[in-house]
Design a protein around this ligand. Structure first.
Ligand code: NZQ
Ligand code: ZN
Length: 386
């Protein structure tokens, strides 16, 4: 276990009715001018908008709406939100949606407080934002765990990069599984796979010896697999959905990373794929993971072998470590097919002549990965995914 400091700033209100129960007290703590931020309008169709608007009005707030936050949010959208927040003297931002809305608002919170260009501040000058508008999250699509960390994934269209920007931590996050019941099934599945990927990517980092974080990760992975299967059998299973919502939050709230260096090479590759294709995040990961993992044999064999036995229930009797490692990748690939996730870029509508070399050449090479990938190897992975 590496040395670590642990502090957790986000209050989580979990369960059915969590907004009605907890939002009034939270709203009483913040100023009058509230920005209600959301995506393309799903919250208007499923009643979440009306419920939250009533709570905001009852709390006497002046509401400024900021809508149209797209999947894979852009830096231009961040700037639009920051301008609106400044113009309306916003005291508090309520972000309502999935990872895209939640990420976008983390950075709006910081950008609204400075005239400097945050992309330059963070990626060129290696500085960090210092001032923030307070923010709260209402999760309507689970998977990313974005509500429990202060990292945002933003697409800078001008630079053709989809990359991390640090923003604000949410003061609180409302996780009501019932709010997620109207998610399209394809998003339930891709979100679940994203959560599984976060657990695996953290698990692949060093140290190689088992620590408590890895054992909690194994439990999260088993929970995601079991509850996604239950959800595939019965999409209305609220108990299974509740487990998935919390497992996804656990995947990215830093708990599994305690005492570890993380990997996240699959994520880095998928993010750059997103910069060039605007693809669905969880689906991109589902295509990339098995291919990338096969390229990580034999370097990652100890971790893969352990996942085979402790997560996927492979019988270790008579098998070498390498055979078990292969069995893990086979089990993962079979699960991806079972869930109906895509197994090739073609199935995602990504053309075979996409600029894969440019994607490989601009992908971040992660230091924590068991295997140090070269750009040529990443290109080979991308080409195999076609
Ligand atoms: O925009 P609306 O109309 O709301 O529709 C959304 C969107 O089309 C819909 N949706 C959300 N809640 C719904 C619903 N539809 C019906 N009923 C509901 N209750 O779902 C669609 C997808 O939403 P989006 O927020 O884009 O999905 P997701 O949560 O997967 O977020 C993806 C973004 O998060 C980033 C990804 O890269 C991507 O940009 N990530 C953020 C991370 C973080 N900050 O920790 C970690 C992840 O690895 C990831 O990179
Ligand atoms: Zn992810």
């Amino acid at each position: 276990m590496n040395t670590f400091t642990y502090r957790y700033p986000v209050i989580v209100y979990f369960g059915e009715g969590a907004a009605a129960k907890n939002l009034p007290a939270e709203l009483a703590r913040v100023g009058r001018n509230v920005m209600l931020a959301y995506g393309g309008g799903s919250i208007k169709r499923n009643g979440v908008y009306d419920e939250l608007m009533n709570l905001l009005k009852a709390a006497g707030k002046t509401v400024t709406e900021f809508s149209g936050i797209m999947s894979n949010p852009t830096y231009a959208k961040v700037q639009e939100g920051a301008r609106l927040a400044r113009k309306n003297d916003i005291d508090f931002i309520l972000a309502v949606g999935g990872g895209s809305v939640i990420d976008c608002c983390k950075v709006i919170s910081a950008q609204a407080k400075t005239q400097e260009d945050l992309w330059d501040v963070e990626t060129v000058l290696h500085g960090s934002p210092t001032g923030f508008i307070p923010i709260g999250a209402v999760v309507t699509a689970f998977g990313t765990g974005a509500e429990m960390n202060n990292g945002a994934v933003i697409t800078n269209e001008a630079k053709r990069v989809k990359g991390p920007l640090w923003g604000a931590f949410y003061d609180f996050a409302i996780l009501d599984p019932a709010y997620t019941m109207t998610m399209p099934m394809s998003q339930v599945i891709s979100g679940s796979f994203d959560a599984l990927s976060h657990c695996m990517e953290t698990y692949m980092g060093s140290p190689r010896e088992t620590n408590l974080s890895d054992e909690i990760s194994e439990a999260c992975q088993r929970s995601i697999i079991r509850n996604l299967r239950a959800t595939l059998r019965n999409p209305q299973d609220i108990k299974a959905r509740s487990e998935l919502v919390w497992a996804a939050a656990m995947g990215e709230n830093g708990m599994l990373k305690i005492g570890k260096v993380t990997d996240f090479q699959a994520h880095m590759l998928e993010h750059q794929l997103g910069a060039y294709t605007d693809c669905n995040h969880g689906q991109g990961l589902a295509v990339i993971h098995p291919v990338l993992f096969r390229h990580m044999l034999p370097e990652a064999a100890p971790q893969f072998a352990r996942l085979a036995v402790d997560v996927w229930g492979v019988d270790p009797a008579g098998k070498t470590e390498l055979e078990l490692a292969g069995a893990f990748i086979d089990a993962l690939a079979a699960f991806i097919r079972e869930a109906g996730l895509p197994t090739t870029f073609a199935q995602m509508g990504i053309p075979a002549d996409t600029a894969f070399k440019a994607i490989a050449d601009t992908t971040v090479l992660t230091a924590g990965c068991c295997k140090k990938f070269t750009r040529d190897e990443l290109l080979a992975v991308l080409l195999e995914c076609r």
